[in-house]
Structures are given as C-alpha cells and as structure tokens.
Design a protein around this ligand. Structure first.
Ligand code: DX5
Length: 232
C-alpha cells in the first residue's frame, strides 16, 4: 500500500514571536507534521532556527517535527536537533562528504534519517542510501526562502525517485516529499509526478479562508491528482 498523501507546513511564514501558538494553530488546521527550515546562512543565504527555538515550540503540539537541515555541516548539530524534539532529520546530499555515514548516524541518535536533493542534484546521488532513509525530499525551489516559484522541470526527477523507491520495494515505507512553491496550482502536478508528502509555506498563510481551508484544499487536490494518475 503506497504511503498516504500528507500535507505539512513550513513554518517560515509563521509569526516567529508566537511560534508556540503558531504550531498549535497548524495542528488544529489539520497538518500531518511540522517542518522546520533550518538555515545556517552558509549553505543557503538565510538564517533561521536553532535547536532551542524548536525546543520552545515542542510542548505546544503533539505533531512530529522534522528538521530540514539546510546547513553546511549537519553532523555538527544533529544531536541537538534530536534533543530539541525532532523525530526526523533531513540532510542535504550536497552538504555531506560521507552521506552514507551521516544518515546512518542520524538513525543511531534517535531520529529517522531523510535525504534532500537540490534542483541541480541528480536522483542518482541517493541511489545507494535509500535503505537508510524514511523520506526523500526533492526540492522544487533553490533553498533559502519561501514564496519562490515552483520549478516544474523537477517533475521528471520526482518520477525518477518514485521509480527508484518502487524498484527497491520502499514505496510502502518511504515518503517522497516535495518542497517549494507548492500551491493549489502546482500540487496536482507534483503529486501526479510521484510525491506523497507536500510541504507548503506561503500557500497556507496567504489563503484568505485561513489555514484549515488551505490544508484541506491542498489535501483534496493532491488526492484527486493521485486518483487521476492511477487511472492513466
Ligand atoms: C526553501 C524552503 C521553502 C519553504 C516552502 O528553502 O524550504 O521551500 O519550505 O516555502 P513555499 O511553500 O512558500 O515555497
């Protein structure tokens, strides 16, 4: 049975002065987990959440936390993000000299490991680490900021990763996540290409009908796209 459609927020657009209330509101709106976009100002030209900031929000929701580590040296602070309450750590293939060892270590320190691919990085970069992860993230923007345009030329890569997971017998246990420019107008194509976990930031917060409507609409559109692609 393929993994279900999951909708998760990036909290980048949230009000950082009220993060506890913001994650509680996201849980009430029906998201499946919370993604923290961790940026170090080195790997990407932006700086966001340290482990203590994430820890401050932990008690305000029962949802799983995943840390998307857009940082040059994820090994350095991986343990800190686990201690802050993250159940999953997403490492970028581009930042790990020894990606296999870094992912294996995440699994040893009490979180599940996941791997992310920037737009220019081929799917083949993760061909030999799929057994170590419970999620593959295909970026559909160049990381660093929310509100960017969805890069539709990533769809063949999404489909290639889906095929890799299928061929490895992992599509029942490993999520295929897409992050960047996900909105009502792009979620269908990303899902039809093979994604099942969709990250949205600005699309959630700009919905005039509120977070719950935005989450519900994205989930409905993704499930409709999955159903339509299953019949073709
Ligand atoms: C990029 C960030 C964004 C964010 C989602 O580094 O990872 O992709 O999560 O932002 P939106 O949904 O506004 O593109």
């Amino acid at each position: 049975m393929a993994r279900p459609i999951l909708i998760a927020p990036s909290v980048l657009p949230a009000d950082f002065s009220r993060l506890g209330e913001e994650v509680a509101a996201l849980e009430a709106a029906g998201v499946d987990l919370i993604q923290w976009d961790v940026m170090d100002g080195q790997f990407v030209p932006n700086l966001t959440f340290g482990p203590d900031v994430i820890a401050s929000a932990r008690a305000h929701t029962t949802l799983p936390f995943e840390a998307h580590l857009m940082v040059l040296n994820p090994d350095l602070m991986a343990q800190r993000y686990v201690e802050a309450g993250c159940q999953r750590l997403i490492l970028h293939a581009e930042t790990c000299t020894h990606l296999h060892r870094s992912l294996a270590r995440v699994n040893e320190i009490g979180a599940t490991a996941a791997v992310a691919l920037n737009p220019a990085t081929p799917a083949s970069a993760i061909a030999h680490v799929l057994d170590l992860v419970d999620l593959v993230l295909v970026m559909t923007v160049n990381p660093g900021f929310g509100g960017q345009a969805y890069i539709s030329t990533m769809e063949p890569k999404i489909t290639e990763v889906r095929r890799m997971l299928d061929e490895a017998g992992l599509s029942d246990t490993v999520d295929l996540e897409v992050d960047g420019g996900i909105s009502p107008s792009t979620i269908g194509a990303a899902t039809a290409a093979g994604a099942n976990l969709l990250i949205a930031g600005s699309a959630l917060y700009r919905d005039p009908l509120g977070l719950e409507h935005a989450v519900s609409e994205l989930r409905t559109l993704a499930n409709e796209a999955r159903a339509a692609s299953a019949t073709t």
